[in-house]
Design a protein. Structure first.
Length: 281
């Protein structure tokens, strides 16, 4: 009688609205009646297409090379470098030396036509198409453009090219003024894409997974330091090390650019904008 009396004195709870009942019974299988109908009427957001795309599809071999539609900026730049390299293979030595001299970013040319020589020097590949930097340019710039876009990839390349050039040539000019180097040091040949490639490698490594990022930096860093120790061309070798360091300092920037590109609906394969889902109840 005591338990019955206590049960009778308990106030009867008010019935829950239909939406709350559906929320409470959403995990119960095989619901029937109006509750099940209400639960089925609630739309569920569709999974974006990129969520189920296999990772291997992004690692297709031909995606490592530039294409006119996928990476137009890298493709155009590569074609231009190929043309200048073929010209260098067949041009007379006198004409080629004159073109190299006019495109050189030595101190004398930087004082007279800085913008021209900084751009013109990036149109030649020191060592031609067989140079390791030629292959690195194609692979690295392609991967960088696919992640952050063509204009930003070229901006990274030019940042390393310009800053590493100034970091190596300005001390030469100061040393000549101080009398520590002869005046002939103002007219040395300095051209090529290697500084830009080194900076692009440093920037791209920040967008890779750690298992690939650190071995890449260790391998490239070891190669550059080995050349520096050999002391065959210390100014150029120091420029490579500086350019690689410049690229690594751009990690926050390139990571933000990659995130912005991934959220841009105009980019093929980018994540679509989230669709608002109406809640019934």
């Amino acid at each position: 009688m005591e338990r019955t009396a206590r049960a009778a004195s308990t106030p009867t709870p008010e019935p829950l609205p239909a939406g709350d009942v559906a929320a409470l019974l959403d995990g119960v299988p095989r619901q029937r009646g109006p509750v099940a109908a209400t639960a089925q009427a609630t739309p569920r957001p569709a999974l974006p297409s990129y969520a189920w795309r296999p990772t291997a599809r992004r690692l297709l071999p031909w995606r490592l090379l530039p294409t006119p539609t996928g990476t137009p900026v890298t493709f155009t730049y590569t074609a231009l470098l190929a043309l200048t390299s073929l010209f260098a293979s067949y041009a007379s030595p006198g004409l080629l030396h004159a073109l190299y001299q006019d495109s050189s970013t030595d101190v004398a040319h930087l004082l007279r036509t800085p913008v021209f020589v900084l751009l013109a020097s990036a149109l030649w590949i020191a060592g031609g198409l067989l140079s390791p930097f030629a292959l690195a340019f194609v692979l690295v710039l392609t991967a960088l453009e696919r992640r952050i876009g063509g204009a930003r990839a070229i901006l990274v390349f030019l940042t390393g090219h310009v800053l590493a050039t100034l970091a190596t040539e300005v001390p030469v000019g100061l040393a000549v003024l101080a009398g520590h180097l002869p005046d002939t040091s103002l007219h040395r040949l300095d051209y090529g894409i290697s500084f830009g490639v080194a900076a692009s490698i440093g920037a791209l490594s920040g967008l890779l997974a750690p298992w690939l990022r650190w071995p890449l930096l260790a391998l490239v860093g070891y190669s550059l330091v080995t050349d520096l120790i050999a002391f065959q061309d210390p100014m150029t070798d120091w420029g490579h090390v500086i350019a690689l360091a410049i690229g690594t300092t751009l990690w926050p920037v390139v990571r933000r650019w990659r995130q912005e590109r991934a959220q841009d609906p105009a980019v093929p394969g980018a994540a679509p904008a989230p669709v608002p889902v109406a809640v019934v109840g």
